[in-house]
Design a protein. Structure first.
Length: 264
């Protein structure tokens, strides 16, 4: 931040102190004692950045701070928000999470947790993801853009977050066909729980649910999946996946594993 405007603001503050000018209380937030003001017509420092506007000590004032792209969560035209929207669609966050009111409730609802976490916690969850969340190899800047969108769409008074999925009881003694045939290379959150042991192939959660990303504009359905399994290179000549043959019980397991979660 430039030094000179900050000094100007300090000068103004001195004028205010003498009662020469009056200003709304928000303009006297301690934040402005150390920082140049910006976006003044669009809100208060803490309206966008959170933090504690009454403290003149940086570490206290910065409690719960939102910085960089994440601070744009309430600015509809901002570049970070547009990028966050793009990334959320392209990476298919909704195959596992509800966000912006839509998605498969296989993992925690991002609408419920966004405002309950610090920016550092959200960044960490996105950049060093849990085992059954894909590692998208994002930059911190991209993570902040996603965070802006999660905050924009989050329930600000979100109640205690909880899972919405009620996993089915695996009553059968037969091993699950997805776990056996796909699990050595793929992971997925499924109605039977988390299946698969390796990330050498993509995480297939919600492949047939309508929320799986389809970069070439072709959604996955049963027919496409069947033909893919017969011959992946028929569709993608350089595919590293080899054909897989399933018996009918296994095919049934695969279809039920890759659909949407059971509704409540
Ligand atoms: C006592 C001076 C002081 C006060 C008061 C203060 N800040 Fe800061 N702020 C700093 C300094 C110095 C830095 C740069 C070093 C750092 O990140 O701590 C900074 C950094 C920041 C950053 C960038 C953080 C990052 O991760 O890049 C933001 C955003 C910010 N402040 C907003 C605020 C807001 C909003 C308030 C009021 C709620 C506030 N500051 C109050 C001194 C202050
Ligand atoms: C309308 C929302 C909004 C308001 C109001 C706002 N900011 Fe920001 N601020 C942002 C955004 C978005 C960024 C990052 C993007 C950019 O650089 O334009 C940012 C960047 C900053 C930075 C640079 C570090 C960083 O996080 O990128 C500081 C410091 C900062 N703001 C402090 C303040 C202070 C102090 C106030 C109150 C006087 C304030 N801001 C008011 C949205 C806002
Ligand atoms: C294949 C499933 C899957 C996909 C896709 C996925 N996640 Fe996750 N995510 C998870 C799991 C599993 C967790 C761990 C928490 C849980 O079990 O619900 C998690 C946790 C998180 C958390 C931490 C939540 C908390 O409680 O603090 C955030 C934030 C998050 N994901 C964001 C995203 C974003 C943003 C995307 C899209 C870029 C995304 N996730 C895509 C499965 C997924
Ligand atoms: C020996 C490892 C291996 C096994 C077993 C395997 N796959 Fe794959 N699969 C891969 C790899 C590697 C890719 C990525 C290749 C590519 O992108 O062309 C892949 C890609 C896919 C894709 C494309 C996903 C996308 O986002 O493009 C689908 C669908 C798929 N596999 C389904 C399955 C199913 C269902 C099974 C079990 C019946 C299975 N695979 C078994 C390794 C495997």
């Amino acid at each position: 931040m430039a030094l000179r405007p900050a000094l100007l603001i300090a000068g103004f503050a001195a004028l205010l102190g003498c009662g020469v000018l009056t200003a709304p209380p928000a303009a006297r937030a301690a934040c402005a004692g150390c920082h140049t003001e910006h976006f003044r017509e669009q809100g208060t420092c803490t309206g966008c950045h959170r933090g504690n506007p009454t403290s003149t000590r940086a570490n206290l004032a910065h409690a719960g701070l939102l910085s960089r792209g994440a601070a744009a969560w309430g600015m509809p035209g901002a570049a970070a928000v547009a990028e966050g929207d793009r990334l959320r669609d392209r990476l298919g966050c909704r195959r596992c999470h509800v966000t912006g009111g839509r998605g498969n409730a296989y993992a925690i609802s991002l609408d419920r947790v966004a405002w309950r976490r610090s920016q550092a916690q959200l960044r960490d969850a996105i950049l060093s993801p849990a085992t059954f969340m894909p590692d998208f190899s994002l930059t911190p800047r991209q993570a902040d853009a996603l965070i802006a969108v999660l905050l924009r769409d989050g329930e600000r008074d979100g109640r205690e977050s909880r899972y919405l999925v009620r996993f089915r009881d695996g009553r059968s003694n037969r091993p699950n066909g997805f776990a056996v045939q796909c699990g050595p290379c793929h992971r997925a959150l499924t109605p039977e729980g988390a299946l698969g042991t390796s990330a050498s192939g993509p995480n297939l959660t919600g492949l047939l649910s309508g929320h799986y990303p389809d970069p070439d504009g072709r959604a996955w359905d049963e027919a496409r999946l069947a033909s893919w399994l017969r011959n992946p290179r028929g569709e993608r000549p350089t595919s590293a996946m080899r054909p897989v043959t399933l018996n009918s019980a296994e095919w049934h397991d695969v279809l039920s594993a890759l659909g949407p979660p059971p509704s409540r």
